[in-house]
Design a protein around this ligand. Sequence first.
Ligand code: GAL
Length: 637
Amino acid sequence: MHWPKGVDGLCYGGDYNPEQWPEDVWDDDVALMREAGVNLVSVGVFAWARLEPKEGEYDFGWLDRALDKLHEGGIGVDLATPTASPPPWFTLAHPDALNTRPDGTLQVHGSRDTYDVHAPAYREASLRIAAKLAERYAEHPALAMWHVHNEYGSTSHSPHAERAFRVWLRRKYGSLEALNQAWWGSFWSQAYSEWDQILAPRATQYLTNPAHELDFKRFTSDALLDHFRTQRDLLRAANPQIPITTNYVFGDWVPVDQWRWSGEVDLVGFASYPSAADETAERQSALHADLARSWAGGEPWLLMEQSASGVHTRHGAIAKSPGRMARHSMIHISRGSKGAMFFQWRSGRGGAEQWHSALVPHAGKNTRVFREVVEFGRALPGIAEAKDAPVEADVAILWSPESWWATGGHASLPADVDYFENVAQIHRVLRDRGVTVDFVAPEGELGGYSTVIAPSTYVLSKAAAENLRWFTAGGGRLVASYFTGAVDEHCQIWLDGFLGGLTDLFGIRVLEHLPQPAGELRALWNFGAAERFCELVELRGAQCVTQYATGDVIENQPAVTVNPFGEGEAWYVSCKLVDDAWDRLFEALELNGPGMPGVDVVDRGRWRFIINHTDAEAQVGHVIVPAGAWTVDERPA
Ligand code: GAL
């Protein structure tokens, strides 16, 4: 059920938009796909206007012909519902169904994602087109998987959103009294006396209420999920044999809590677009892959999109050097992906993304890029056996989307806290030490890990705090860093020492937050340095591992502590350490793996994947991997 139906081996392909091309190009497409070993393409992702050119008038002829042609060529189809881009006729007929920004601006058609997921007209139109596709294609032999929508992530602040938000809040809090308490409504006269007074967090005069903001993100995640579910259920009813996915997008603007979504999809699909072209691209790819696998509960998942030949940066799309496309793909496959899919098959001639790279570039098949695509496609069947093998990790990093959301939008924290960077830092330092990690939700299953690291987990619910206590008491090693458990699930500050109330677990109290100017370092005795953020800590039974060497209030005060608790121990890092200091701490904790900086070594089932991103030969055990190359070997016993 989870595997794209009828697709053997690892999935290879990408978004394919036959509707953008004359039909005489399609034969060439299928021939080139066969040459490259492509076995799966995502079709129809933004094709709503071609499928339903006028309300209630459908044109499926072109899609019939495209699917038949793909099937004849032996290529499976991941068929999308096109609901991420409503056509102009829809938005003109239903202006109330446009996405509304916090300042009230309606986002008119002319781009994509111009919909309000809460608008009844949009919900109806989405279901109608999805039902038509289900009716026509559920039994089509090319159909391997359904791809619902595209990159759920649009927030709308419309009157429809507000009505739905109030219903969601009523269900959550039961009474206005409870809501006013949870939101600390006595501050700035924000207490509500009627449900209808509650708005979406729209543009207002000055700072907004963090609890209100956080609940609105949670609500939006649930509403988007509900939109997914309604489509999923009707597609599933049409043919229960076809797995259903959607492609997650990743970024701080995305109000999707993937921990809550992943049980709802048959296969976790993820779009990975690193944001910088230096070695950050490999680091982020590895982090994306580990997140996706963890969201999938350790099960295989699928890299649904990556760029074929450019890394998108603020300075344009920097071309991937020879071999880099294959290495990025292998990062994902080694970390549990069922294949490597791309945006997109063929570069378009027009439209907003006309300069986006593709497996078939504008210059056609006689290009470096397409030759690499063919070469990599031919290598994949050789490693197909690994496709369902699990990746095992002994160390986990806590991933708290709520901490990301709550610190990101908060204008009055003691200092900027870049939650994502703090998580990414732990991931990159461990990756450079060769350690493969999972991610885990704050309230998730921790039992299988020897060490759990909680970087700046700002929002810590009582349940999550108890989860950490239980993990440590049972013999786990917990390592938390500054600002962990600063607030509870309602963004209310944990009193009497912060730490989510876990002062006994850590054997300390945090007394004060002491940010320092950006760029200034504060030395720790024998331990490197801290930047930006330190906390004044009082020992309450914990041992001090190292102290601050400088700083007026903080000099000689504990910087890193450890406390035995039950069968385990709880470490606390009261500052933002630089990479080198984390590395020393992990050295002391003996967190080591077979990889090394620039060389990914990941064990998946009985296979060992070695990916050498450096420009020198690498040796791992008896295996020698040339510069810029990858290999898959038997995992050592
Ligand atoms: C993805 C999206 C694709 C395409 C791509 C460009 O986020 O799903 O449709 O826009 O980005 O990099």
